[in-house]
Design a protein around this ligand. Structure first.
Ligand SMILES: Nc1ncnc2c1ncn2[C@@H]1O[C@H](COP(=O)(O)OP(=O)(O)OP(=O)(O)O)[C@@H](O)[C@H]1O
Ligand SMILES: [Mg+2]
Length: 509
C-alpha cells in the first residue's frame, strides 16, 4: 500500500464561536519532515486551527484525517496517544509544581503505581540540557522568568514522542540566541520525520525555518507557497490584503527636561544572586529609551523596580526630581508611572472580565461621576482606544478570554494608555502582535513621546528597539554595558554589548 502523502489533514474545517466565525472552510495538510509556517494577523484563526488539530477544540464542521483515515479527536489525551503535540501560545504551566512535574504532568513516570521522582528529575534535566538551558528541574515553574517558562513548555512537548508538533508562537519570549537553539532542535525533529507547524509574527524568523507557508485571513486560507518562493512583502500583502507599507524609523527630535532618573538601582534574587547591579540612567520628556538585552539581562526586573514592585531594591528613582523611595506601586501609578507588563496572563489582564472592564481597570477614577461609575464615559474611552489600536473583538462587553492573544496584548496596552501617565514603561509591548499592529503600536509610542511623555521600552527584538528608541541602554547580567544614541546603534554594536562576556568585562573593570 502506498504511504499517504500527509500525516495529518484538516479538510474543510469551520469553527463558529459566539459572535465570530473563527475558521471558514479551511483545508490544511502536513507532510512528514517539514516545517509549515502558519501566518496571519491577530485574530485570523491560527490558534483555533492548531487547537483543533491538537484535540483541544472540536470543529463545528469539516473533518480531520490522520494517515489517510478520518478520525475524531475528543480530547488532548486522544491527540497525545496519536503522537500529536502542541506548544501553547499562552504558557500554561502549573506555577506551584516543579519544572519536572510540569514536564511529565498527566504522563508521570511510575514504578508500581508510585511516581518515580528521581527518574523524572533525571529525564527533565536531560531534556533541558538538550535545549541548552540548565534550568533546575526541581525549581517551581512559577518562579521562572517568562522566557524560561517557554523553554519548559518546549521541553514538555519534546518529552512526548511526537509525530506532529504544533508550535504556537514558541519564541515570543525568547531572544536571538535561544531562538537559534530552538531552530537546531526543530532541524533535528524534521530529520526524524516530524511534521511541524510553526506560528510566529516574526516574519524573518519564519522564512529562515519554514519549508512552506500558509496564510490565514479572517478565518480563510488565502495563500500557500513554498517558503523559498516568497518574501516578507508577499506575506504582509497576503495577510492584510493590502500592499506592504514601509516601516518607519523614529525621527531625531529635540527632547525636553529630565523626567525620570535612576540612580544605582541594585537588586538581588532570593538566593543572593545579583539581578541588577548599579543601574543608572535618565529619561527626558519626549524621549523613548530602549532597553536591549538577552534573556536574564535584567530588563524586566529593572522595570519592576521602577514601578516599586521590589521594595527591597537598593538605589533611587526620581520622577521629575522627586524621589520615589519608599513609595508603593499604587502610589507610583498615582504619581504618573504606568507599565505594560511582559506576562499578560499573570499580571496584565483579568480573564473573567470584559474587554471594556479590563481596559479601564487602572483608570476607573476618571469614570466616576458623583459616586456612580459612568458606563457611558467608560464605554467612550474604551471604544476610542479599541479603534485606535484596531482591537479585533465582537464587542467590548465580551469576555477578554475570547480574544486572540495579540488582541489581548493590545487591551493591556490600552489599559495603560488610559491612565495618561508621565512616564510609560513597556516590557515587550508587542509580544504576539502582528506586523501591521506592531507598526501601529510603534507609531503610537513615538507619538506619545512627541507629546512630552517619557517612555522606556524593553524588548528582545532589535527591530522594535530601532523603530522606536532615540537612545538605547544595553544590559548584560544586570548591569548597563552601553548607552548608545540610535544613530550609532548598529545591530552589531548592540549584540556585542549585550553578550554575557560584556557583563563579565564590566565586572572585571
Ligand atoms: N473561546 C472563544 N470564544 C469566542 N471567540 C473566540 C474564542 N477563541 C477565539 N475566538 C475568536 O476567534 C478568532 C480567531 O482567534 P485565534 O485565537 O485563532 O486567532 P490567532 O490567529 O491565533 O491570533 P493571534 O495572532 O492574536 O494569536 C478571533 O476573532 C477570536 O476573538
Ligand atoms: Mg493565536
Amino acid at each position: 500500500m502506498k504511504e499517504p502523502e500527509f500525516i495529518i489533514e484538516a479538510r474543510n474545517v469551520s469553527r463558529q464561536y459566539p459572535g465570530t466565525l473563527a475558521l471558514d472552510g479551511v483545508s490544511f495538510a502536513l507532510r512528514p519532515g517539514t516545517v509549515t509556517a502558519l501566518i496571519g494577523e491577530n485574530g485570523a484563526g491560527k490558534s483555533t486551527l492548531v487547537r483543533i488539530l491538537a484535540g483541544i477544540e472540536r470543529p463545528t464542521s469539516g473533518s480531520l484525517v490522520l494517515d489517510g483515515e478520518t478520525m475524531t479527536l475528543n480530547s488532548v489525551r486522544d491527540a497525545d496517544v496519536r503522537g500529536i503535540g502542541i506548544i501553547h501560545q499562552e504558557l500554561n504551566l502549573c506555577p506551584n509544581l516543579s519544572v519536572a512535574e510540569n514536564i511529565f504532568l498527566a504522563r508521570e513516570i511510575t514504578v508500581r503505581g508510585v511516581v518515580d521522582k528521581r527518574r523524572q528529575l533525571q529525564q527533565a534535566r536531560e531534556l533541558l540540557a538538550r535545549l541548552e538551558h540548565p534550568i533546575d528541574p526541581s525549581a517551581l515553574a512559577g518562579d521562572l522568568p517568562l522566557g524560561q517558562q517557554q523553554i519548559v513548555e518546549i521541553a514538555k512537548a519534546l518529552s512526548r514522542n511526537v509525530r506532529v508538533l504544533m508550535m504556537d508562537e514558541p519564541t515570543s519570549a525568547l531572544s536571538a540566541s535561544e531562538i537559534a537553539i530552538l531552530f537546531r532542535i526543530i532541524g533535528d525533529l524534521k530529520s526524524r520525520g516530524v511534521a511541524i507547524v510553526y506560528i510566529s509574527h516574526r516574519l524573518e524568523e519564519l522564512l529562515e525555518i519554514a519549508d512552506s507557508v500558509s496564510v490565514l485571513r479572517d478565518g480563510r486560507m488565502v495563500a500557500e507557497a513554498a517558503a523559498c518562493e516568497v518574501d516578507t512583502n508577499w506575506i504582509v500583502e497576503k495577510m492584510t490584503g493590502r500592499p506592504a507599507g514601509q516601516a518607519q524609523a523614529p525621527e531625531a527630535r529635540d527632547t525636553g527636561n529630565q523626567i525620570l532618573r535612576l540612580d544605582s538601582l541594585s537588586l538581588n534574587a532570593a538566593g543572593g544572586r545579583p539581578l541588577l547591579r548599579g543601574v543608572s540612567f535618565d529619561v527626558r520628556a519626549g524621549e523613548v529609551v530602549g532597553i536591549y538585552g538577552l534573556m536574564g539581562a535584567g530588563r524586566t526586573e529593572l522595570l519592576e523596580c521602577i514601578m516599586g514592585l521590589h521594595p527591597e531594591a537598593a538605589g533611587s528613582v526620581y520622577l521629575e526630581s522627586r524621589p520615589l523611595d519608599g513609595m508603593d506601586t499604587p502610589g507610583r501609578i498615582a504619581a504618573g508611572l504606568a507599565m505594560v507588563p511582559e506576562d499578560r496572563q499573570a499580571s496584565g489582564i483579568i480573564q473573567s472580565m470584559t474587554v471594556r472592564a479590563n481596559m479601564t481597570l487602572s483608570s476607573l477614577g476618571r469614570y466616576v461621576r458623583t459616586a456612580w461609575l459612568s458606563l457611558a464615559a467608560e464605554d467612550r474611552a474604551a471604544s476610542a482606544m479599541s479603534t485606535e489600536l484596531r482591537i479585533k473583538c465582537p464587542g467590548l462587553r465580551y469576555s477578554i478570554a475570547s480574544l486572540s492573544g495579540g488582541n489581548q496584548q493590545k487591551v493591556v496596552m490600552a489599559k495603560c494608555l488610559l491612565t495618561n501617565p508621565r512616564v510609560l514603561l513597556l516590557d515587550e509591548p508587542t509580544r504576539g502582535v502582528d506586523v501591521g499592529a506592531k507598526r501601529e503600536i510603534h507609531a503610537i509610542v513615538r507619538r506619545l513621546a512627541a507629546s512630552g511623555m517619557g517612555v522606556i521600552l524593553a524588548s528582545s527584538e532589535l527591530d522594535e528597539i530601532r523603530a522606536t528608541a532615540g537612545r538605547i541602554v544595553v544590559m548584560s547580567r544586570g548591569a548597563v554595558t552601553a548607552i548608545l544614541p540610535a544613530a550609532e546603534a548598529t545591530a552589531e554594536a548592540l549584540v556585542v554589548a549585550a553578550s554575557p562576556s560584556a557583563g563579565e568585562r564590566r565586572d572585571a573593570a
